[in-house]
Write a protein that binds this ligand. Structure first.
Ligand code: NAP
Length: 264
């Protein structure tokens, strides 16, 4: 667990992640490890910011001299509103997860970070389960990278809303893992221990199972995938965090110390 500061009591530092809750985040450990590796001064801390106070909190952190802010659940949409300039991808994703605070510049490294983590796998058929904020960034990125995307969501109407703005995305009426080279669990089902009913016997033996959630134990989704190649949310956490650091520092950032810090 991190030391977490309510935003009004936050000390001046160089970088932070803001969320609510934020105590579980691995970002401070991972980002401080890479700052140290790079010989960069300054610290990365965790700050609790309720969604309704994001604008006021960002103004305050800016006045304290913070350079870079990562934004996590549920604040990515409010962060986008606060920024004066937003990258094209963050605008399409309707979410900002990375802010260069002094320029009020918003970015989204979730989608590009996700793509970085699957670049070593062959196959271009992706099935995404879930149609929330992270699914949106992932479907946009997969589609732009030339993947055939199939999308399932518990509330089917939300899947149709997302598919309507991304050409070529096919909506599935039932969750299935068949006919895919990679299956991504972008639902928050694993957070509550809920189990998605999936017939892994019908899946390709080499299909990659990717759960965006991270936890110390394999999630039910990954356990059910058996001996197939697997990734959990730590892979994406590292890649999106490294891209955020590169955005702030303007220099290449090694992934290895970050991977070690999160136990990969
Ligand atoms: P979100 O916007 O709240 O969306 C939640 C999604 O999960 C919705 O599609 C929702 O379906 C679905 N869902 C919730 N409970 C379900 C259940 N019991 N069965 C089936 N579907 C269910 O959340 P998010 O921000 O996209 O986050 C989704 C997951 O990604 C979380 O586990 C989060 O921790 C993880 N994440 C990881 C990273 C990383 O760096 N590793 C980054 C971002 C997010 P309905 O539309 O039907 O409600």
């Amino acid at each position: 667990m991190n030391q977490v500061y309510p935003w009004r009591d936050a000390p001046a530092a160089r970088f932070a992640v803001i969320g609510d809750p934020v105590s579980h985040s691995l970002s401070p450990k991972m980002q401080n490890a890479v700052l140290q590796e790079l010989g960069e001064p300054g610290e990365y801390i965790a700050i609790q910011v309720p969604e309704a106070e994001v604008g006021k909190a960002l103004d305050h952190l800016s006045s304290l001299g913070f350079e870079g802010i990562n934004v996590t659940v549920p604040n990515k949409s409010a962060a986008r509103q606060w920024c004066e300039r937003v990258s094209e991808f963050a605008s399409a994703a309707e979410a900002v997860n990375t802010i260069a605070l002094q320029g009020r510049e918003g970015n989204n490294t979730d989608g590009p970070g996700f793509l970085e983590t699957i670049s070593q796998f062959p196959g271009r058929r992706a099935t995404v389960l879930g149609a929330g904020g992270s699914a949106r960034a992932i479907v946009l990125s997969l589609s732009a990278a030339g993947y055939e995307v199939r999308l399932w969501n518990r509330t089917e109407a939300r899947a149709h809303e997302l598919a309507a703005v991304i050409p070529g995305v096919v909506v599935l009426a039932e969750p299935t893992v068949a006919d895919a080279d990679i299956v991504i669990n972008a639902t928050s089902a694993s957070l509550t221990g809920a189990v998605l009913e999936l017939d892994w016997a019908a899946a390709d033996p080499e299909a990659v199972a990717y759960d965006l959630m991270y936890s110390s134990e394999p999630t039910a989704f990954l356990a059910a995938a058996g001996s197939r190649p697997k990734l959990d949310g730590r892979a994406m956490l590292v890649a999106q965090g490294a891209l955020a650091m590169e955005f702030w520092l303007g220099r290449p950032v090694p992934r290895e110390p970050m991977r070690r810090a999160v136990g990969l």
